[in-house]
Ligand binder design. Structure first.
Ligand code: FAD
Length: 334
């Protein structure tokens, strides 16, 4: 079924939250969405549902949201697909956004898929770039995502149906403040607890080493050049001294020296910290895909011809195993 696409307007960003905290990816998407809205000449809006969500409006206005659509209800205290879906669907069907952006998190992937099915529209998952196609009359959204195991980039668009929906990888876009006045639109939605198939009995936090690398301003990353698993500690020590975190290349994960949750790159996480130190990393294109937009890149490599030096702000030709502890010592003495 095709939709009357002229009825749809504005860019909407789903605000994911947990324990009263907005997920960073939602702020990143507000920044990107604001640019798309300017391109389209429409508004950038935030939307969400939850137990107490109106409190987010100050932060959302700081990040440029012009409107905030929400439903508040104690039934929505913990995430469950069905009540979230039904109340979000109510907002979407009532106000008809042209574009919906959702973080490609566990929750985001779940809710986006079920919403797209109900809305009878397309969904591009795990997008890494978003642009407007000014050549098309409808100014379609062009959504780029890796495909065939990351070997090709596919540009996808949704010509006939609306909203155009995409989940976007965390860390791809920067979250930049741009305060505006926000208009709050509260909607009521009636829930029937006995009709919701899932009940939350208890919330159990699992111990996991999952880390969101994009939260950090300083990242000390190691590649195969660090030589052995025990040398991860050299990355950890410098990261701790500089108030950052550590990461690795895919080679290091493949060698079993570090978990996948620490991998930066095309098939790992995308980061853009203020400082990225790449120690013993050659600079393969797939690694660069995840870190090349870092503000300052410091490369440490034995090989003066290593490709990482082509994008580095500063380069140190030398042995990372000697240099990393010396940097840690230097900054500890400061
Ligand atoms: P190498 O390429 O082996 O480089 C090691 C470097 O360390 C060399 O430059 C060497 O000169 C230097 N060195 C050696 N000893 C020292 C020392 N003592 N001190 C200083 N320097 C030293 N890679 C990623 O990182 N992330 C991804 O997400 C990713 N996704 C991929 C997806 C696909 C589909 C494919 C095909 C590949 C992907 N890769 C990814 C792999 C990527 O192509 C490279 O193989 C990988 O990034 C190389 O890791 P490296 O730089 O640690 O190792």
């Amino acid at each position: 079924m095709t939709h009357n696409i002229r009825e749809y307007k504005d860019v909407w960003v789903f605000i994911e939250h947990d324990n009263g905290r907005i997920e960073h990816v939602s702020l990143e998407l507000l920044t990107k969405g604001r640019q798309l809205a300017k391109d389209l000449g429409c508004k950038i809006c935030a939307f969400t549902v939850g137990d107490k969500v109106e409190i987010f409006s100050n932060k959302l206005s700081e990040y440029g949201a012009e409107k905030f659509y929400f439903v508040e209800n104690p039934v929505l205290k913990e995430y469950r697909t069905e009540p979230y879906r039904d109340s979000l669907l109510y907002l979407i069907e009532k106000y008809k956004p042209e574009i919906i952006l959702i973080g490609a998190t566990t929750l985001g992937r779940d809710i986006a898929a079920t919403l797209a099915t109900k809305l009878d529209t397309g969904l591009t998952a795990d997008t890494t770039a978003l642009d407007i196609d000014f050549e098309s009359d409808a100014k379609n959204l062009l959504m780029t995502r890796p495909t065939f195991g990351g070997n090709l980039m596919a540009v996808i668009y949704c010509p006939d149906n609306r909203p155009q929906m995409s989940t976007v990888r965390p860390g791809v876009f920067q979250a930049i403040k741009d305060p505006v006045n926000i208009e709050k639109i509260r909607e009521e939605f009636e829930f029937f607890e006995d009709k919701i198939p899932k009940k939350i009995l208890e919330r159990v936090k699992t111990e996991s080493d999952k880390v969101n690398l994009s939260f950090y301003d300083v990242i000390i990353a190691g590649g195969r050049g660090i030589g052995k698993k025990e040398n991860i500690k050299l990355l950890e020590d410098l990261a701790r001294t500089l108030g950052g975190t550590w990461a690795v290349s895919r080679k290091v994960v493949q060698m079993g020296w570090a978990p996948y949750s620490r991998q930066v790159g095309q098939t790992g996480q995308t980061v853009h910290p203020k400082i990225y130190i790449a120690a013993g990393i050659s600079g393969a294109i797939q690694h660069l895909a995840g870190m090349k937009s870092s503000e300052i890149i410091v490369a440490i490599n034995k090989d003066p011809h290593a490709p990482i030096f082509d994008i580095a702000t500063y380069g140190i030709v030398g042995d990372a195993i000697e240099i990393l502890p010396r940097l840690t010592q230097f900054f500890s003495d400061k």
